[in-house]
Design a protein around this ligand. Sequence first.
Ligand code: FAD
Length: 370
Amino acid sequence: MKYDVLIIGGGPVGNYLASLLSGKLDVAVVERKGSFGGKACTGIIGAEMYEALGLPEKAVLNAYNGAYFISKGSVFEISRKNPQAYLVDRKILERELAKRAIRRGAEYYLATNFLRFKNGKALVQHLDSQFEIEAEVYVGADGVNSAVARNIGTKTEGEVLKGWELEVLGNFKRERVEVWVNKDINPEFFFWVAPINEEEARVGTFGSIDALAKFLKLRRIKGGNILEFKSGAVILGWRKPWVKGNIALLGDAALQIKPTTAGGIVFGAYCARVLAKAILTGNLQMYEKGCSWVREQISFGLRVRKVFKDLSQEKIEEIFGILSTEEARRIIEERAEFDDHVRTIKALLKSPKLLAKLIRVAPWILRALI
Ligand SMILES: Cc1cc2nc3c(=O)[nH]c(=O)nc-3n(C[C@H](O)[C@H](O)[C@H](O)COP(=O)(O)OP(=O)(O)OC[C@H]3O[C@@H](n4cnc5c(N)ncnc54)[C@H](O)[C@@H]3O)c2cc1C
């Protein structure tokens, strides 16, 4: 059988695309694993986008309406009335999206590995047998190490970061995420503590395992209290092109990842919507253009990432001093958007008071961002 669309990779983004297209077109998904979930991923997703994208409520484990920002020398709290972010269960998220797609007619090939394209068809392997699947359009939603991207000869320019994700037992404030910035321990990234409930949380960072070990000590989380330990990787940067002939890349496979937090589910799902429209209208070429919001966020996020890497801990302490002022907290509480860092940072820089303070601390930051 020839499908209209073959999606390679049944992660959250591939399954979301399958749910959007099935019922309208003949869709198949090949997934290497024999079941959904299992990837190292904390599962923090902006609440507004989660709802706007229609992602499944059933996967939500917890909701955060605020955060503690903790540096070496200070702490400040941001609190808002409504939930700003959700913590989701990846397995349930992926399964629910796959269920939606299957109910609408999509066919899933689990435990099936995409090998390469051969004469315009996808060569795949299930157990010890190889066979070909043919489609009008192929979508590589097979993650950062995308075999589809390699096959079509894309160019990757980015920073590879190893990530760590633990589930631990301890005492936590359920409705607050903790964001720890301590470059003496980890020059690469911040640490996060995302409570599942009052006694369990997901803790993680990107960087070295040694940095993670030091953080656990600082946060007083005992090594013996770890319930789950996972590692993974992200690439922050660009992979181009996103479309070659009748093959498109989507999600992590296209590096649709937020450079500030390494979150990829919202950008991937946003681009899935654009791609679904491009496929349905028979105009794949409008896909990249239609994702301009995501491309702008990535481009700005990469500049913010560079600023973060260039900042010393002393400067970070001074910036924490600025961000913990009443004026900054008011702007963040009123205007910040979890998934729109361009808007959030621009709102902060529009305040003459904050701008003057920032110019005193590190004028080069402005040059880097504007
Ligand atoms: C430590 C860590 C924490 C993170 N925390 C968050 C977070 O809190 N929030 C957030 O939004 N993002 C987070 N991310 C990023 C997030 O995990 C990714 O952006 C997200 O998984 C991207 O989804 P995807 O469907 O594009 O790719 P993936 O989730 O990577 O899914 C790709 C799928 O393709 C399959 N596949 C791969 N190769 C083949 C093949 N050859 N044939 C068939 N199938 C194949 C894989 O098995 C997989 O199921 C985190 C990442 C890490 C490493």
